[in-house]
Design a protein around this ligand. Structure first.
Ligand SMILES: Nc1ncnc2c1ncn2[C@@H]1O[C@H](COP(=O)(O)OP(=O)(O)OP(=O)(O)O)[C@@H](O)[C@H]1O
Length: 366
């Protein structure tokens, strides 16, 4: 069952998937189609159902309703439970804990799934060598897990997963136990592995930067549902809900409540945008990206007074956060900027809002 060889458009198809734990519904009617070779990142806040969805894909959890198909074959369903078990769905799973066998060497750990799959000795040895070299851990082959670092253990866990050449790779926050520098290094490494193996990958993280750098496709989950699914750039440019608009992107985008007043949409008494942008609504939320909010006065641009909160220098500019009442607003200052916390500063809105949302969160299309 090789997703690429089959030429099938969808390597993974999820239909009306529901998972209940007693009275609690963790996954609520999810529909997703993942094209062969995609790197899908499931992202969302803690408790939104990412791991539960991944565990159902892995065959470790059975759906309450709905269906999961890999390359056209149903592997789990509400009616049938786990039809193809974890070991028989040609999918490899990498967890945040490495779960290596402590009594086996690195080479032994990598060979283990091949033994279970009854690969002949010669083919097995060749594959172990190949994978050791591919992950640059040849020198560690005869060591035991306790004799190597956490980062090296993670490499071994990945090597063990890709050794049997699965057509689907499933990752559950695999980098969360690594330090910041190693995380960035392993991110590139995982992308290289994805390109080299061509395996359709599903990757769970709550880190939106990780999501935006690695993904070909992103599904933003919120409260058990897919809030939006698409290419990272489309989600950034065209968020369909305030949740997606403020969850993705660094620094996070600003949302300002505004009401219709004559020809304008106003925040307090300040006119920010033409009323036509609200369609027929009287109250809306205006989305401004940090780069569209400038610290200081800008000729012709509406401005608001805010209390300075904090500043962080980024690539020759400064990201400034300030409070307007209880509302946090992030803008940019040229060069290096600082002020005393609580000091009044002015924020200018140099463009019309990027998007307008209803007070209930959905986007109002112009
Ligand atoms: N076995 C279980 N029994 C009962 N409730 C569960 C079980 N597993 C998960 N849940 C609940 O389902 C919800 C989703 O959990 P899940 O682990 O999928 O979230 P997550 O998005 O992966 O969160 P995190 O980022 O914190 O790992 C949570 O509210 C969790 O408490």
């Amino acid at each position: 069952m090789n997703a690429l060889a089959s030429g099938a458009a969808d390597a993974i198809k999820i239909r009306n998937l529901v998972k209940r734990f007693g009275a609690f519904t963790a996954v609520k009617d999810i529909d997703l189609s993942v094209p062969a070779g995609a790197f899908l990142v499931l992202v969302g806040p803690s408790g939104c159902g990412k791991s539960t969805l991944l565990r159902m894909l892995a065959g470790l959890e059975s759906p309450s309703e709905g269906e999961i198909a890999f390359v056209g074959q149903t592997v789990s369903s509400g009616a049938g439970g786990v039809i193809a078990d974890a070991g028989r769905r040609n999918a490899g799973l990498v967890f945040q804990s490495y779960a290596l066998w402590p009594h086996m060497t690195v080479a032994g750990n990598i060979a283990w799934p091949l033994k279970v799959a009854k690969w002949p000795r010669e083919k097995r040895e060749k594959r172990v060598k190949e994978v050791l070299a591919f992950l640059s851990i040849d020198a560690l082959a005869e060591r035991y897990p306790a004799e190597i670092s956490g980062g090296q253990q993670q490499r071994v866990a990945i090597a063990r997963t890709i050794a049997p050449e699965p057509s689907i790779l499933l990752f559950d926050e695999p980098l969360s136990n690594l330090d910041a520098k190693l995380r960035i290094e392993m991110r590139s490494e995982l992308m290289r592995i994805h390109r080299a193996t061509g395996a359709t990958s599903v990757y769970v993280t709550h880190d939106q930067v990780e999501a935006m750098t690695m993904a070909t496709h992103v599904a933003v989950l919120n409260n058990g549902r897919v809030e939006q699914f698409g290419k990272p750039i489309d989600l950034l440019r065209n968020p369909e809900t305030t949740f997606v608009a403020t969850f993705l992107g660094t620094p996070p985008a600003n949302l300002l409540p505004a009401r219709r007043s004559g020809e304008n949409l106003v925040f307090g008494e300040t006119a920010l945008a033409p009323a036509a942008m609200a369609a027929n609504r009287d109250e809306v939320q205006l989305l401004y990206r940090a780069e569209d909010v400038r610290v200081g006065a800008v000729a012709g641009a509406p401005s608001l007074t805010a209390r300075f909160a904090e500043a962080a220098p980024i690539a020759g500019r400064t990201m400034v956060t300030a409070m307007i009442g209880d509302l946090r607003v992030t803008g940019m200052a040229g060069g290096y900027f600082t002020a005393t916390p609580g000091e009044p500063i002015s924020l200018s809105f140099i463009r019309t809002p990027d998007a307008v949302f209803a007070t209930t969160g959905e986007r109002i299309h112009q």
